[in-house]
Design a binder for this molecule. Sequence first.
Ligand code: TRP
Length: 443
Amino acid sequence: MADREQWISRRGFILATIGSAVGIGNIWRFSYVAGENGGAAFLLIYIFCVALIGLPLVIAELAMGRRGQGDAVAAFTIGGRGWPWVGWMCVGGAAIILSYYTVIAGWALKYFAGAATGSLWTAAGEGFGGYFRKFIANLGEPVAWQAVILGATMFVVAGGVARGIELFNRWVMPLLALLLVGLAVYALTLPNSMGGVRFLFAPDWAAFARPQVWAAAMGQAFFSLGVGMAIFVTYGSYMPREFSLPVSALAVVVGDTLFAIVAGLAIFPGVFAFGIDPASGPELAFITLPQVFLRMPGGIIAGIVFFFLLSAAALTSMVSLLEVPVSMAMHRLGMRRWPATAMFGVIIFIIGVPSAMSFGALSHIRFNGGGILDTIDAAVSNILLPLGGILIALFAGWRLGRAEVLKEADMEDGALGRVWLWLVRIVAPAAVLLILLRKLLGA
Ligand code: TRP
């Protein structure tokens, strides 16, 4: 094994981890899940879950990764017994998530191309609903866009940790932040935009009593931060000793939450200004928003920016998901980076094809009423990520020695380390288990 790759700068490392966290989850998923779950009340519960479960887990993953100095499996190997299987579950899980995530990212890229060339806007005649459904039902087109955006991901990952992943995020993430803030400022100048702001910030206290809102908020916290599948274990393994771990973790969590909130500020004012139902589900970004853009002054440009944002944010997350199996192949199979990238790129593409075709040629395949992509997404967010989260928390909290894990997490002395330890030992696993069981038992 050659010298292990490392991040070059702390700034680059933090931007890469924020790039992993910020993705379709912050823009497309956050806005529709918040829309379906009452807006502001959901946001408060979401922030609560992020602080009490998400942040401790990010710290746990980074510490395990830096401790293991290898791939996701290596981080668990020191636990002995069955623990390495948890690492394998994460490697497989990251590949599965990437397989269908790529499909949605491909839709975003197609919409960006359509918005920029104008073909999206001329489609307005047939209605955006019809346009979207015709596109995702098409036999070849979704698969083609899936291939394009996966190819771009492979290109970045093949460049390596510092010169591929870090460099790419150093440029793209500040640009995304700038564009998103611009989009939000623009949305807030629309007439009647305050309805959207109120929706996001004026809580409806009754929602706190609804268990579904808690379950939705926790699922969203896992997905949006991207914890539970050893992404941060992998990124943490490239982290030099001198980077402060809690500060980096806090930056990721705060950055990810701010992105989601600002995305909400970019999306809901328009939705409310035109009197559209915010609870329109997964179609929000692809059907509702184009309608809103078309009716706003200067909306075509806003639409181009929005779909660029969505595609680029997806890309930086896809890079992190691909890095997990690639890192495994390099560390464990002794492969070089680019053949490992090529191999997993092809495998993940093939696994993703049924998801890409699940609204067309394969739309007859259904599980409990959902298609292939929806079913995988639900299984991932509701079961796989929480399960990974519980196991990671238990491993870091109980299996690694107390002194050792606190040292690796850079919290050797002080109350902070103790608070964190009890959050990963008890609070996070118990809370996640409770919500997971409720979901599994169909409550
Ligand atoms: N967090 C990303 C998003 O919000 C997606 C993502 C990246 C992810 N890595 C992950 C989701 C690991 C689950 C697990 O779009």
